[in-house]
Design a protein around this ligand. Sequence first.
Ligand code: NI
Length: 176
Amino acid sequence: MALIPIITIPDPVLRKVAAPVPEITDRIQQLLTDMAETMYDAPGIGLAAPQINISQRLIVMDCGKDETPELFKMINPEIINRSHELAVLEEGCLSIPDQTADVERPAVVEVKYTDIAGDEKRLTCEGLLAACVQHEVDHLDGVLFIDHISRLKRDMIVRRFMKEMRQSGSGSPKGE
Ligand code: NI
């Protein structure tokens, strides 16, 4: 088990379309384990492989409440259904630390993915899990939550983040 450094904007890897995972190898299993550990340590509720500088279609999520963990490890996840109904939730991102914004997305989505046993699964997500899975699958396509808000707000967040990063002097406002 290992913690892996999380990359932040403007790293170009965050803007790349990640490659599908052709086969579930031991390396992929280990990567998902390390990603979950890295996510819990951050702490965060979701992490996509591009955020640890690996451009492959892997995500981990845990939107469980309080003491009840609910860890998902998804290989090649794909959103296959989206509700017309929309919901607004405040989002942040470990690759843009300490910045948040209200993001509007479909309220309910269905995701298709391969689990670590190699089985194809479908999961209907609502509430926080719906926002989280859309946010993480976006990462696999080089899309960030700030792409879903107005240009004015996006520019403000990016400027503020870059300023905090310069002031911290260590390359990360969290001092990691
Ligand atoms: Ni994110």
